[in-house]
Write a new protein. Structure first.
Lengths: 395, 283
């Protein structure tokens, strides 16, 4: 069975080119980049070069790149590090559709006595910028709004949002985990972004490496406290092989950005059109908003997501769902609920997320099998039966 | 990814008895689109009074579909008397077990069967008659919760959520669920503990072993739960099977202290140490 991997917003294949450059750092080149001898020094040079490559991907200066262990650490550092730097400020603004790395931090902050504003989104997943502007006050230490949503792919107007926030004098952080490598990010132009989180394994580097971009001049207390590494902004000996891998993956991501926004985006569109045209009662989530080129979130009414995923999985097709049953929680995705997607659709939502490695045949394969799966599950569903009978009477 | 048994996979991938029995004698519908799973069960009796045919329609995950299909297989050929004794555990066992977070799928099967039998007998079951709603998110009543706790010998709030979904949404009913649990645990304590057949008799403990085990159980199992609510417990002395403790913090002033002591502390100690322990409070 061939694997058709369409779950790239969950994680990606590590690029073979990245694996290749990492390998020597697991064996011969094991020096500590902080050491004074030539043996550590040569490793330090490679880390520096990787840092430059990561910086290039987002138009930053190498000195503004802080390596972390993952996107979640970057997000946590951004929030807690800023709050520590502005102890007199007791308010945080974020949105209801953030990743748990921000969302759950917001809950913890509420328990610790901070005031937290979680901005709502509309039916299509968009934010009301007027509301955002009103929410930010002189007491607001940090505003954190994700660049692109992991579930729906909806892209927020981050430049505009950052502008509003800076006008009001707060620190602005954006979780760019899903955006990096998929759409162009340029910190030399997008000057109002203070902090930006990136995760390696979402852009074909391995799991276990992340980045926090910290704009020069931003006050930020370290979250992991230890040695002088990362200019004192993140203690702990550098994860050298993974940093090298991320450097190479960033280089590739920059080279492939065009492909992502032309060929990959066309494949996504083909899948989207094929599903919406070929399967009755299928609805696009995030319609009308700018979306990532690789992401498609679609709901199939009257059936449940886990069932669809398992049927797809049996054919080797990997996707994910916002259904309650897939997560171990009993409620469907907080993102779809925040959007007000009706229950008929939220439980049956499926996310397909593509990457550079996907081929047209794979999309054809999905389009060939998905209608049958949906039909089979609907044949079991009491609500589909009911809907069909009502439709027959009505029309 | 869930670890489903081969049998669950089989009944999900190729479910049997899908559909609606024509001119059904009994129809049971439970769940809703909002809850994320729903089941419609229909059956027809044969001339001998046994269930001749049973079919289902299910909206839900793999284990909900498999549980429904298994249910129809279980009840075929049964008299209504026999069918009315089928429990969620029978369904789960038929499938070789379900992940604990998915036990509510088997409970849904049992409830649909009850509703279908009640429908045949001309009884109307409404949620109001079934008790008071405890969990607003999923519309679960106190009676449903109580019954599932008793039938499955549940002891924690998480288990109640896994089996009934109650408390799995906004979580605002967690205290109410805990109250129901405490009451039942305190009641059940009076009855002889039902022993599992395959359970080997416990080894007799020496005094030293017993004291050590009691202290360990207090530290590991009991203290964290009490401390989470601002309370605490201290072991004062052990005389034979009498465990003397003092409640501290919010527990010492709590009106439910007796319930906590008997329903929770004693139950846990009996579970982990030995069944003839009696917990007493020293003021």
């Amino acid at each position: 069975m061939e694997t058709v991997y369409l779950d790239n917003n969950a994680t990606t294949r590590t690029a073979p080119e990245a694996v290749e450059v990492m390998l020597p750092y697991f064996s011969d080149l094991y020096g500590n980049p902080s050491s004074m001898h030539y043996f550590g020094g040569q490793v330090e040079k490679s880390v520096r070069s990787a840092r430059e490559k990561v910086a290039s991907l987002i138009g930053a200066e190498p000195g503004e790149i802080v390596f972390t262990s993952c996107g979640t650490e970057s997000d946590n550092t951004a929030i807690f590090g800023t709050l520590e730097s502005y102890p007199e400020k007791r308010h945080v603004v974020t949105t209801r559709v953030e990743h748990p790395a921000i969302n759950h931090v917001a809950q913890v902050l509420t328990k610790r006595g901070y005031r937290v504003t979680q901005l709502p989104v509309d039916r299509s997943g968009g934010l009301d910028l007027k509301q955002l502007e009103t929410a930010v006050t002189p007491d607001t230490a940090v505003v954190s709004v994700m660049w692109a949503n992991n579930e729906t792919g909806v892209v927020f107007p981050i430049e505009e949002i950052a502008g509003i926030v800076k006008e009001k004098g707060s620190v602005f952080h954006t979780d760019g985990v899903q955006a990096a490598g998929k759409i162009p990010l340029d910190m030399s132009r997008q000057k109002h972004i203070d902090l930006l989180s990136i995760s390696g394994h979402k852009l074909h580097a391995p799991k276990g490496i992340g980045v926090l971009y910290v704009r020069k001049g931003t006050r930020l207390a370290p979250y992991i406290i230890g040695g002088h590494q990362e200019r004192g902004r993140r203690g702990g000996t550098e994860n050298v092989p993974y940093i090298i891998g991320l450097g190479r993956a960033s280089e590739l991501a920059l080279e492939r950005l065009d492909d992502e926004n032309t060929r990959v985006s066309a494949l996504r569109d083909k899948l989207e059109k094929g599903i919406l045209a070929g399967i009755p009662n299928s609805l696009l989530n995030g319609q009308g908003q700018p979306r990532l080129p690789n992401t498609l979130n679609v709901s199939f009414e009257y059936i449940e997501g886990e069932s669809i995923l398992l049927m797809l999985s049996k054919l080797g097709i990997c996707a994910s769902s916002g259904s309650a049953c897939t997560s171990g929680s009993l409620e469907p995705s907080h993102v779809l609920r925040a959007m007000g997607i009706p229950f008929t659709a939220a439980h049956g939502s499926i996310r397909f997320s593509l990457s550079y490695y996907n081929k047209e045949e794979e999309i054809d394969f999905v389009l060939q099998h998905l209608p049958g799966i949906v039909q089979k599950l609907r044949a079991i569903s009491p609500f589909w039966d009911q809907y069909q009978r009502q439709a027959a009477v009505g029309g | 990814m869930w670890e489903y048994t081969e049998k669950v996979k089989k009944y999900f991938e190729e479910p049997v008895n899908v559909g609606v029995v024509e001119e059904a004698d009994g129809v049971g519908e439970v769940g809703s689109l909002a809850c994320g799973d729903a089941l419609k069960l229909t059956f027809k009796l044969g001339p001998d009074g046994r269930i001749a045919d049973a079919k289902f329609q299910t909206f839900g995950c793999a284990s909900a579909i498999a549980s429904s299909s298994a249910l129809t297989e279980i009840i075929k050929g049964m008299t209504l008397e026999e069918a009315s004794k089928v429990t969620n555990r029978d369904i789960a066992e038929y499938l070789g077990g379900l992940p604990k977070e998915k036990m509510h799928c088997s409970v849904m099967g049992m409830e649909a069967l009850e509703a279908a039998i009640a429908n045949y007998r001309g009884e109307e079951i409404t949620k109001e008659q079934e008790g008071e709603i405890v969990c607003e998110c999923f519309g679960i009543t106190d009676r449903e919760i109580e019954r599932v706790i008793r039938e499955n010998h549940l002891t924690t709030r998480e288990e109640v959520t896994n089996y009934t979904k109650a408390g799995g949404g906004c979580e605002s009913c967690h205290d109410k669920i805990q109250d129901i649990l405490n009451r039942i645990l305190a009641e059940e304590k009076g009855k002889p503990v039902e022993k599992k057949k395959e359970e080997a008799p416990r080894k007799k403990l020496t005094n030293l072993q017993k004291i050590k085990l009691i202290q360990e159980t207090l530290d590991r199992e009991i203290k964290p739960a009490l401390q989470a609510d601002g309370g605490d417990i201290e072991l004062i002395d052990i005389e034979g099977n009498r465990v003397l403790v003092a409640l501290r913090g919010t527990c010492s002033a709590c009106s439910a202290a007796e319930v906590t002591l008997k329903g929770y502390v004693e139950t846990k100690l009996r579970e982990f140490v030995t069944e003839d322990l009696v917990v007493e409070e020293v003021k």
